[in-house]
Write a protein that binds this ligand. Structure first.
Ligand SMILES: NC(=O)c1ccc[n+]([C@@H]2O[C@H](COP(=O)([O-])OP(=O)(O)OC[C@H]3O[C@@H](n4cnc5c(N)ncnc54)[C@H](O)[C@@H]3O)[C@@H](O)[C@H]2O)c1
Length: 331
C-alpha cells in the first residue's frame, strides 16, 4: 500500500517514520505547505515527496493527515471527495459547526476515516476497557484521570490550540468514553492561571479540573496541568465494586510515595507523548492499514471525535460560566 502523509511537523514526521516500518506499507509519500521542511524530513527519512496535496492524493492508496488543526476539515473533505481512506490526527476542527459538517460528509462518502486518538491503542487503556466490558471491575464508581504536561507549549501555540480542554483533555474525554463504554452527560469544570501568566493573555489556563457525570451515574474526575517538573503524567484509575485498577502506573510514573521505606519508581519518567505512546502510535497506524484495505471498520470514527469535542466545549462553557453544563446543551 502506498501511504501519503500530509503535514510533516512534529507528529507528521514521527508518523511518516513509523509508517516506514509498518507491515503492508510499501511506500511513504509526504507533502507539507512548508517546502523547505518537507524536503528536509523526506531526506532524513528517505521517503518520496509530492509538491502538493492534489498530486499526493493521485499517487497514494491511503493518507495520514497530520497537518495543523486548522487544515483538517478541508483536507478530510478533499480525501472523502476522492474516495481515499483517511487517518486524521485529532481534532477534526476546534469548532462544533465545522466538525458536524465534516461528520455529515464522512457519512455520505462512506469512505473509511480513522481519528488519531491513540490512547485507544495503548495497552493500559485497552486492558482497562476490556476489564470494564467483561464485568471484572463490577459497577464502576469513579474514574480518576490525570493529564499533566512536563512544560507549557510555546506562546505561539496557545491562541490556536483551542484551550486546555479542547487541545489536551480531549484525549482524556475520548479515553473515558472508550474505557467505560458510557457517554458523558454533564461536566463541571474550573481552571486557574497559577504559574504561567501567558495563558491569561489568551483566555486560557495552565491548571484545570473537571468532574464528569456518566450516563450510568458513575463519576469522572480529571486534573490537567501544563507543567509537571517530574515528567509527562498521563494516568487513569478506575474504582469499581469488584476491583480498582490504574493505567499509566509503571516504572516511569512521575509520582513518588512519601511513605517510609517505599522505593521511588526506577524511572526515568516519560519526557513527552512520543515516548509515552510510541507503541500506541505504531498500533493505530498498523490498524489503519487494515481499515484502509477494507478489512476492519474504523476503531475511532468522526462521530467519536465529535463527541469528545462536545465534552470539551461543555468543559469550556462550564469554566467560563461557573456552572455545571449538560453535554446535551452542546448541539
Ligand atoms: N495524537 C496526538 O497525540 C497528537 C500529538 C501532537 C499533535 N497532534 C495533532 O497533530 C496535528 C499537527 O500537530 P503538530 O504538533 O505536528 O503541528 P506542527 O505545527 O509541528 O506541524 C503542522 C504541519 O502542518 C503543515 N501544514 C499546515 N497546513 C497544511 C496544509 N493545508 N497542507 C499541508 N501541510 C500543512 C505545516 O506547514 C506544519 O509543518 C494537530 O492537529 C495536533 O492536534 C496530535
Amino acid at each position: 500500500m502506498r501511504m501519503g502523509v500530509i503535514g510533516v511537523g512534529r507528529i507528521g514526521a514521527y508518523h511518516a517514520g513509523l509508517l516506514q516500518g509498518t507491515v503492508g506499507v510499501d511506500e511513504v509519500v509526504v507533502t507539507d505547505a512548508n517546502a523547505e521542511l518537507v524536503n528536509r524530513v523526506a531526506a532524513e527519512l528517505d521517503v518520496a515527496t509530492a509538491p502538493d496535496v492534489g498530486t499526493l492524493l493521485d499517487r497514494v492508496d491511503a493518507v495520514v493527515i497530520a497537518a495543523a488543526t486548522s487544515a483538517h476539515a478541508e483536507l478530510i473533505e478533499a480525501t472523502m471527495a476522492r474516495g481515499v481512506p483517511t487517518f486524521c490526527e485529532k481534532p477534526i476542527s476546534l469548532d462544533l459547526e465545522s466538525t458536524k459538517r465534516v461528520v455529515e460528509i464522512v457519512h455520505r462518502a462512506e469512505v473509511p476515516l480513522q481519528m488519531g486518538f491513540q490512547r485507544r491503542f495503548d495497552p493500559g487503556y485497552r486492558n482497562a476497557a476490556a476489564l470494564a466490558a467483561d464485568g471484572s471491575l463490577g459497577q464502576i464508581y469513579v474514574i480518576r484521570m490525570a493529564g499533566h504536561d512536563p512544560a507549557p507549549p510555546h506562546e505561539s501555540y496557545i491562541p490556536q490550540s483551542g484551550g486546555i480542554f479542547r487541545d489536551f483533555s480531549v484525549h482524556d474525554f475520548d479515553a473515558l468514553r472508550f474505557v467505560t463504554g458510557q457517554e458523558v452527560e454533564e461536566v463541571y469544570a474550573d481552571g486557574s492561571v497559577i504559574a504561567f501568566d501567558v495563558f491569561a493573555k489568551y483566555g486560557d489556563v495552565d491548571t484545570a479540573v473537571a468532574t464528569l457525570r456518566l450516563a450510568d451515574g458513575s463519576l469522572g474526575i480529571l486534573s490537567v496541568t501544563r507543567h509537571d517538573p517530574l515528567g509527562y503524567d498521563i494516568r487513569m484509575e478506575v474504582f469499581g465494586s469488584k476491583d480498582s485498577i490504574a493505567v499509566g502506573w509503571d516504572d516511569h510514573i512521575p509520582l513518588h510515595s512519601v511513605e517510609p521505606g517505599v522505593a521511588p519508581p526506577p524511572g526515568p519518567a516519560y519526557a513527552n507523548f512520543q515516548e509515552r505512546f510510541r507503541s500506541a502510535y505504531e498500533a493505530e497506524l498498523a490498524y489503519f492499514v487494515d481499515v484502509a484495505a477494507g478489512r476492519s471498520p474504523s476503531p475511532c470514527t468522526a462521530d467519536d471525535a465529535l463527541e469528545a469535542l462536545r465534552i470539551a466545549i461543555a468543559a469550556d462553557r462550564s469554566r467560563a460560566e461557573h456552572r455545571p453544563v449538560r453535554v446535551a446543551e452542546i448541539v
